[in-house]
Design a binder for this molecule. Structure first.
Ligand code: PEP
Ligand code: MG
Length: 325
């Protein structure tokens, strides 16, 4: 069976009725990139850069970051690479960076909030990403966006970084695409407004589920309440995809749900462009994609949006999947 899946690495990822889906990888190191490429990933839909910042004693310099980003970009050889800016705070800490003790760290000083507060760190990272954009198909993505002001502020720092590099005569892709994670209910609710500001969305279902349901994704005691197939989550996802479609921007999914074959008909039904997942799930999702019709998925997805409970949603998804098997 593994052998059969391996054979799918170079097979085109499309449904029997012709919907093509970009199956990309989430990576956090060059080593994970090798695995992603072996599994035939379309590209990297999420490069979690925080791991570059961990296990060290100081922030990585622009040069250090540039080496890694450009190496990943070159290995991808023209395939898209979405580099997410630093997403620390919450559960992710750096030994050398004193984050405040917070009562609610997941609601606290983290991700884009730190970047916009510490523009020195942010600009260093953006300069490294921009310089890497001269070595491949690089895009930049901001995590934990909750408002249009944050997006504009981030884009402003990106512009400053571009001006600096230009003045220094360092090459980069002037028209680098920038996008945002949609992982907060606030972002999903104003997705139509945010879509005006960026080139792409990537739905971070891990945080979106956590924040929509107010269920800590790391707390075992309430893990039974962590329900990706909750009607509220599906509504937030639908609003986001529809806003992206309305505006004609690229929309992907990069949380754990992207690699969950149970959710595949939902992505097909909504017509998302990309699913980015841990490399180990790509072939399994592709195998299912090859056997799932988009048209049937559209009909199912319409029904799912009328479901009043997760139990109801699970039942319909199971029924649909039984028909495929
Ligand atoms: C997410 O929140 O879904 C996501 C992909 O980001 P992370 O898991 O790194 O928070
Ligand atoms: Mg997240």
């Amino acid at each position: 069976d593994r052998q059969r899946l391996r054979g799918l690495a170079q097979v085109q990822a499309s449904t029997p009725d012709g919907k093509q889906m970009e199956l990309s990888a989430n990576i956090s190191s060059v080593k994970e990139l090798e695995i992603a490429l072996a599994y035939g990933a379309h590209g990297v839909g999420l490069f979690r850069t925080e791991f570059l910042y961990m296990d060290r004693y100081r922030f990585p310099s622009e040069a250090e970051q540039f080496v890694i980003y450009s190496q990943v970009a070159e290995k991808l050889d023209g395939k898209p690479l979405i580099i997410r800016t630093l997403d620390i705070g919450g559960d992710k800490h750096l030994d050398y960076f004193n984050l405040p003790d917070e009562t609610n760290p997941f609601l606290g000083y983290r991700a884009i909030r730190i970047s916009l507060d510490r523009k020195d760190l942010f600009k260093t990272q953006l300069r490294a990403i921009l310089r890497a954009s001269n070595h491949g198909n690089v895009k930049v993505m901001y995590p934990l966006i909750s408002s249009v002001e944050e997006v504009r502020a981030a884009k402003e720092v990106l512009e400053e970084a571009k001006l600096e590099l230009e003045a220094e005569g360092l090459p980069f892709n002037r028209s680098i695409e920038s996008g945002i994670m949609i992982e907060l209910p606030a972002a999903a609710l104003i997705a139509d407004v945010l879509a005006e500001e960026v080139d792409f969305f990537s739905i971070g279902t891990n945080d979106l589920v956590q924040f929509t349901l107010a269920v800590d994704r790391m707390n075992d005691q309430i893990s039974h309440l962590y329900e990706p197939f909750h009607p509220a989550v599906l509504r937030a996802i639908r609003m986001t995809v529809e806003a992206a479609k309305q505006r004609g921007i690229h929309v992907g999914v990069c949380g754990e749900m992207a690699g969950d074959i149970r959710a595949l008909p939902i992505w097909l039904g909504l017509d998302v462009d990309e699913l980015s997942m841990s490399a180990g799930s790509i072939l399994q999702v592709k195998e299912r994609l090859l056997r799932t019709r988009q048209q049937a998925s559209r009909v199912l997805t319409e029904q799912l949006h009328k479901c009043s409970s997760s139990a109801d949603i699970h039942a319909r998804l199971d029924e649909f999947s039984d028909q495929i098997d």
